[in-house]
Ligand binder design. Structure first.
Ligand code: HEC
Length: 140
């Protein structure tokens, strides 16, 4: 290799190494102990409640068919987490075991798919609820 080229090559190696260490240092900073908790991808207030309001609440509130038959009150976080008179419908962090997802995905008996006798929720809405459960089903 002639001189100028090898100097250039050495320079390039030095620059790359410096960049590598800088990125590593930045990474360590964000990986530190006092890193803020990860921002949730789905929240109860923004992703779940509007769906319950629009698609479920008319039946799942006192005096209406869904609530009277199952005891499930979908007007609030507390109501959703309490579940039906037979028990909880949401298992935090485990959407696959949550009966709520079973009904919403249409994997249950057609007679009890929800919303009752109406169009299934969009994939988008169902995935947002699934994500919210996966992230801990928090009152957020
Ligand atoms: C048109 C009225 C109606 C709507 C709308 C409706 N439900 Fe229901 N829901 C019912 C009735 C009636 C029952 C009880 C009888 C049954 O299980 O079929 C019920 C039962 C349930 C149950 C309990 C099932 C079980 O295994 O005991 C869940 C969970 C549920 N609904 C969730 C929802 C959700 C979530 C929505 C909105 C996406 C919704 N429902 C919308 C009428 C409704």
């Amino acid at each position: 290799m002639n001189r100028p080229l090898s100097v250039l090559a050495a320079l390039a190696v030095a620059v790359l190494a410096a960049a590598h260490f800088t990125f590593e240092a930045m990474g360590q900073q964000t990986r530190g102990k006092d890193r803020p908790p990860p921002v949730p991808k789905a929240t109860f207030r923004e992703d779940v409640l509007p769906v319950l309001k629009g698609r479920c609440m008319d039946c799942h509130s006192p005096g209406n068919a869904g609530f009277e038959a199952s005891g499930l009150d979908l007007r609030s976080y507390e109501g959703l987490m309490k579940g039906t008179k037979f028990g909880p419908m949401v298992v935090a962090r485990d959407p696959e075991s949550s009966n709520l997802m079973l009904l919403l995905d249409g994997r249950a008996d057609p007679k009890i798919r929800m919303p009752h006798g109406a169009k299934r929720l969009s994939v988008c809405d169902r995935d947002a609820i699934r994500q919210w459960i996966r992230e801990g089903a928090l009152n957020n």
